[in-house]
Design a protein. Sequence first.
Length: 319
Amino acid sequence: MNFVCIIPSRYASTRLPGKPLCDIAGKPMVQRVYEQAAKASKLTAVVVAVDNPKVYDTVVTFGGHAVMTREDHANGTDRLAEAVGHFPDADVIVNVQGDEPLIAPDVIDDLCRAFEAEPDLTMATVAAPLQEDEYDDPSAVKVVLNQKDEAMYFSRSLIPYPRHSFEEGGIQPYKHIGIYAYRRDFLLQYAAMEQTPAEKVESLEQLRVLENGYKIKVIKTHHQFIGIDTPQHIADNFGEPLWAVGSDNMSKLLRDLRANPHVTSAFTFGARHHVTTDGKPTEQELRDYLSGLGHHDVEIETIRAGIEDCYMKLAREHR
């Protein structure tokens, strides 16, 4: 099957203007999302559907694929429907939100596998266990599943309501993760549907599908995701100085990374340097340290790229 990932990217975000170009650990957010999605093994193409020349140029500059769409789309689904016109041979469209810099590639692959396993499947999405501190958070959208792992309802309120404890009822409450996959024809059909009452009240587009009598398959995951909607979200999740993580956190993290020895050594040195001097080491200090370990003529840009990968993994693991 031909799986195409489209990342809708809206430049004029109300709460975070210029959101796609916000810096996330040294790279624009749109690049972080693109690079994570591109790691999924099932995809035949990844493209960003943009509405601003600055974002288009940024994507092309880092080697990505972008298509221009209109600025006046009311929502991401409409932007997606316009962009899909560039991919007439696509069987399934995977919609990854443009504000999910830590989207897990294996979750994208799981969505694709669901379509391979169920020929009649038209739409699927993802849910993760709801954390207790999210119970009353309207930005954490809740979803209730039936016995076939199909969505029964989505809400910003806590559902099901725990008249008796979730543990007593044997129920795991779930939070909806805003990544979708659609059969191409169904996506176009969905985008053409009129808004529905519950969709308007909850301000949740996916309710339009349920209210029209269609099914949404839900893939469960234990990944926790970081959606970026405000400057505070960036500060909370990515604001810690790169070198301030401390050497005590390094050993497990670096074992999990397939980083080259230059990067591993530089990252460890950087953490120790911060602890002892409360500052970021200079390039020359890094070179001198690596030379002492026998790593000569190391490209600093290679080190930086590896360090950024380390930082992104650390952000995910300590979410």
